[in-house]
Write a protein that binds this ligand. Structure first.
Ligand code: ATP
Length: 252
């Protein structure tokens, strides 16, 4: 793909911690409007890639370019207990999705409050506005996090294991939202472990196992052979190795 057409380009990107690569020599171009599942065994480097794309982790080598326009990137990290520990209502938590518009400490205009209520309705949480987030079930909290993300109105959405420990009904509803965002022309990258779900709903797939084992149409990438290679490579990887140089990757 012409580099200028891509919304995201990984250019011989190596990422790691304390100078030791965790995932290396990633190269691919993601087209605007793509719906991509990121798949790979535990420790493959999936979350590490998202940390880099959000600026949390500087590359050890290579670079990436994001052309997400005015809407920018929205990032949904894996759910953690920290999410519940803030003494905040569902309405206030979801309204934080508007922080770019309103700043941290200013009140909401009536139209903005309406948008918060509409986002809550879209995720099936009407009536939960005043509830403290610590009282929500895992599925309800994930719905609220999706509503917050919806309000960010981003062009590039990164979702890290959005369905981990989530009930089937909620997964169904949240997949429908993802497909709606895709239909609106947004670009979506989601780390997923459920390959059936990936095959059913995600047209493209990036298979990671400390390196890129394939990027393209899901049916071509998720073959039994490639998945077996992914498991083997992830198991064999030496996490203490230094940064390596691959002339072909650097020259390409
Ligand atoms: N803060 C950190 N410091 C040192 N090493 C880390 C850190 N975070 C992740 N790693 C290591 O980087 C490698 C890739 O981890 P990463 O979390 O990206 O994998 P993942 O593909 O998201 O795995 P999972 O499916 O288990 O969430 C692992 O070996 C992990 O131990």
């Amino acid at each position: 793909m012409n580099a200028r057409e891509a919304i995201l380009e990984l250019d011989n990107l190596t990422l790691g911690y304390d100078r030791h690569p965790a995932v290396h020599h990633l190269r691919c171009s993601i087209a605007p409007g793509a719906l991509v599942a990121i798949v790979g065994p535990n420790g493959a480097g999936k979350s590490t890639l998202f940390k880099a794309l959000t600026g949390e982790l500087p590359p050890l080598q290579g670079q990436f370019r994001v052309h997400a326009g005015k809407g920018g990137i929205a990032y949904l990290p894996q759910q953690s207990e920290l999410d519940r520990s803030f003494p905040v209502s569902v309405f206030d938590m979801v309204s934080m999705g508007l922080w770019r518009e309103i700043g941290a400490f200013r009140g909401l205009k009536r139209s903005q409050a309406e948008r918060v209520r509409a986002a809550l309705a879209a995720v099936g949480l009407s009536g939960f506005e005043a509830r403290q987030i610590g009282t929500l079930s895992g599925g309800q909290l994930q719905r609220a996090r999706f509503a917050r993300m919806m309000l960010q109105d981003a062009n590039l959405l990164l979702l890290d294991e959005p369905f981990n420990a989530i009930d089937a009904r909620t997964i169904e509803d949240l997949v429908a939202l993802i497909l709606q965002w895709h239909a609106e022309g947004r670009t979506i990258l989601a780390v997923l472990h459920d390959l059936t779900l990936v095959q059913r709903h995600f047209p493209e797939c990036l298979l990671l196992a400390r390196e890129c084992l394939g990027f393209g149409p899901t049916a071509e990438i998720l073959t039994p052979e490639r998945l077996a290679t992914a498991r083997r490579l992830a198991g064999e990887f030496d996490a203490t190795a230094p940064v390596c140089h691959r002339p072909e990757a650097e020259a390409a």
